[in-house]
Structure formats: C-alpha cells, structure tokens
Design a binder for this molecule. Structure first.
Ligand code: GLA
Length: 394
C-alpha cells in the first residue's frame, strides 16, 4: 500500500513537471512569435545588381518592402522607380508604375519612365534664361525648348544610394553632385533625394539641394501610374481630383502664356472628382495643345506647407492614391505621347494614355516668367521640396 502511494506521488510529480515545462515552452514560443512579428513589421531593404549601362557603369536596384507587403523598387540610374506594388480592394498586390525589365531599355530613348527630373522639371522657353544680367544657354531638346534638364538630366545619371532602416519606415537616400555648368546650368549643385516607404502605405519623396552660385532649380518625380495594375488598360477610367482653382495655360509649344486661367467651366476643373475620359478629348484649345492633359495646375493654399494636392481612384481595383505636397504646382500629364512602341512589363506595349504622371513642381518656364513663384536658389540657401503619395483602397 505504501509503495502504491509512493508510486502515485511520483507519478503526480512527473505530471506537474511536464505541465510546468510545457507552460514554459509555450511562453517561449509566444516570445519568439513576438520577436518574429516585430522583425516582420520592419520595413526591409534589399540590394541587387540591375546591370550595366552602355558606358559600363554598374546599376544597383534597391527593393523597399513594408509590413503589409507594399514594395517599391528603385534603381540608381536616374533614381528611377521601376515598380511599385500596392494592394487592391481584395488585398492583391500589383505593380502600378510603368517600367521596363532591363537596364538596356532604360538607357534607350524613353519618356522619363519613373525618373527623377532635374535640374529643371518641364520646359524652359528657347532653352534660355538670365540671372543678374548674365544669359545662360541650355540644350534645346524639345523642339526649340529645353525639357526636363537637357540631354543628360538627372534621369540619366547614376545616383549614389544609401539605405536607411527606421522603426516604421525605410528610406533610400540618393545623392548626386551636378558640376558647375553641367547641362548649361550655373553653380555646383549638391542634391539629395530621399525615398521613404512607411508601414501605412505612404511613399514620400523629399528633395534637398545647395549651390555654390546663384542658379535655378525645379526637381520632380516622373513615375507613370496606372492604378488598375494592368498596363494594357488606359487610365481613362481613373477618377481624379485636383485641389486647384487655376491652371497654367500654354502656347502651341507648351510654353506658359504667362497668365493663370480659372478652371471653372473648363475641362481642367477637377475640384470635384471627375473621370479622366470626361474632358480629355474636349473641343478646347488648351486640351488640343496638350494632346490631352499636359498642364500645370496652380495648387490652392500655397502658403500652408504640405497639403492635399490631388487624388486618383481606379474603381475596378479600388486603388486610391492621394498626393500631398508643399510645391505650388503639379503637372498632370496623361501619357499622350506614349505610342505603343515601348515594351510593357508583363507583355505587350505601352499604348497611348496607359499611364499618368502627377509631377509636383514649380510652374514651367518660371526662370522667364516674373509673375510665377521663384525658382532661384542662392548660395547659403537650401532648396527643400516634399511630396507624399499615399496608397489605400475604397
Ligand atoms: C512631361 C511633359 C510632357 C512630356 C512628358 C514626357 O509631362 O510636360 O510634355 O514631355 O513629360 O514625355
């Protein structure tokens, strides 16, 4: 009897010990899981080789991924965004930025796919401007005008890239020094552009620059978006809103006339949401000059720093993109010059109007237009420009 009791006691003891060990292990698993989740929630950056330019320069690709699965790929050639995957309303992540598969295609002639634009976004009439009585001559690379920084603008140079991982975000810091008189612009310009992907699906582009001589500057980002995630579709069904009472009318060469025009009662009125298709083929002189929308909107509330500028919504996928900026203007370009000659990622070709750009910036030809907000940068000053693209679904 005594032995039986002893046996039972030993058995019970073993049972307790087992339960104790199991509890401990469970606790350990929980902790591990917590660690894993914290690890997973970090926004990660991966680096890979993207190829070499015809001049033999190595091009790197950085992939930024956030906790939810949003992913942005950037190459050091032109600081170009080659892909941006955002979720649709059923959680499908698809690329919403037009791009190419290879460096060969990026270095061949193409309309600034995904690129950083500088030193001057958009056109400067006749490729000429003066500062303090001195005349500067730039490349006339768009008919008689200068466009997007010239023959070898910031879209075609190799940027130095440094990844930076934060708590809820990860950044890619791109730097480039443009030498005095590069592409005809005065002053040695040190430029830093920081791309940051946040866990809340915002993607920020922050620009900074300093110069050692008085110069002009107007940087922007030239990503072509198609929120459907299907590059064989046009962007005509996208529903757009632009927070601007006025826009910048242009002449036959897309140079500002110097006036600002009210959007009211014109196809340029996007104060209330409107489908792109509604006004893009309107019988309107400005629309005809642009071959569709290719104009700069004069954003409202210019003295309030970062504020809502525009949004785009694609009803089928439910993808919604909002743009916030501290810039006075935004070029809304509807891919009117895409002509089906460039190979699309995932097959086929990029046809007319299969992408649109929201290029936050100062107005075109500002160096020659006294009434426009100034684009002059002096030594000792820092040029600062910020834009945030926020992705969600509706
Ligand atoms: C900008 C210009 C357009 C065109 C595209 C690139 O949006 O305003 O006219 O040059 O870039 O093709």
């Amino acid at each position: 009897m005594k032995n039986i009791r002893k046996g039972l006691f030993a058995f019970a003891l073993m049972g307790f010990a087992l339960i104790f060990v199991q509890c401990k292990n469970e606790k350990k698993d929980e902790n591990n899981q917590a660690e894993d989740t914290a690890e997973n929630q970090k926004v990660l950056i991966k680096k890979s080789d993207f190829g070499t330019t015809p001049e033999g320069e190595l091009v790197e690709m950085f992939t930024l991924t956030n906790a939810g699965g949003m992913e942005v790929k950037v190459i050091t050639y032109g600081g170009r965004i080659t892909s941006l995957k955002a979720p649709d309303k059923i959680g499908n992540y698809e690329d919403v930025v037009l791009g190419f598969d290879s460096i060969e295609q990026y270095t061949k002639d193409n309309p600034y796919f995904g690129a950083l634009i500088g030193r001057y976004g958009n056109r400067i009439a006749q490729g000429r401007f003066s500062l303090d009585g001195e005349e500067y001559e730039l490349a006339q690379n768009n008919g008689e005008n200068h466009l997007h920084g010239g023959e070898k603008g910031f879209d075609k140079v190799i940027w130095n890239a440094t990844p930076e991982e934060g708590e809820n975000s990860s950044s890619l810091v791109l730097t480039y020094t443009s030498e005095d008189m590069e592409e005809g612009y005065p002053g040695k310009l040190d430029v830093t552009v920081t791309y940051t992907l946040f866990n809340d699906n915002s993607f920020d582009v922050n620009y900074e620059a300093t110069t050692d001589k008085k110069t002009v500057i107007n940087l922007t980002q030239h990503a072509y978006f198609n929120l459907s995630g299907d590059f064989s579709e046009t962007i005509l069904d996208h529903i757009i809103k632009i927070n601007a009472d006025k826009f910048v009318p242009v002449d036959e060469n897309l140079i500002p006339t110097g006036d600002l025009m009210d959007v009211e009662d014109t196809p340029f009125d996007f104060l209330e949401t409107k489908e792109v298709a509604e006004g893009i083929n309107a019988d309107n002189e400005q629309i005809q000059r642009g071959g569709g929308y290719d104009h700069n909107w004069v954003l409202n509330n210019q003295d309030s720093g970062m504020r809502f500028a525009a949004s785009a919504y694609e009803p089928e996928s439910g993808r919604f993109m909002e743009v916030y900026t501290d810039e006075p203007g935004m070029q809304f370009y509807t891919g009117n010059f895409l002509d089906g000659t460039l190979p699309a990622q995932g097959g086929g070709n990029y046809e007319k109007r299969t992408g649109f750009c929201f290029e936050t910036q100062h107005y075109p030809d500002s160096p020659n237009q006294e009434s426009f907000p100034s684009v002059v940068l002096e030594p000792g000053e820092t040029y600062v420009s910020n834009t945030s693209f926020k992705f969600s679904v509706k």
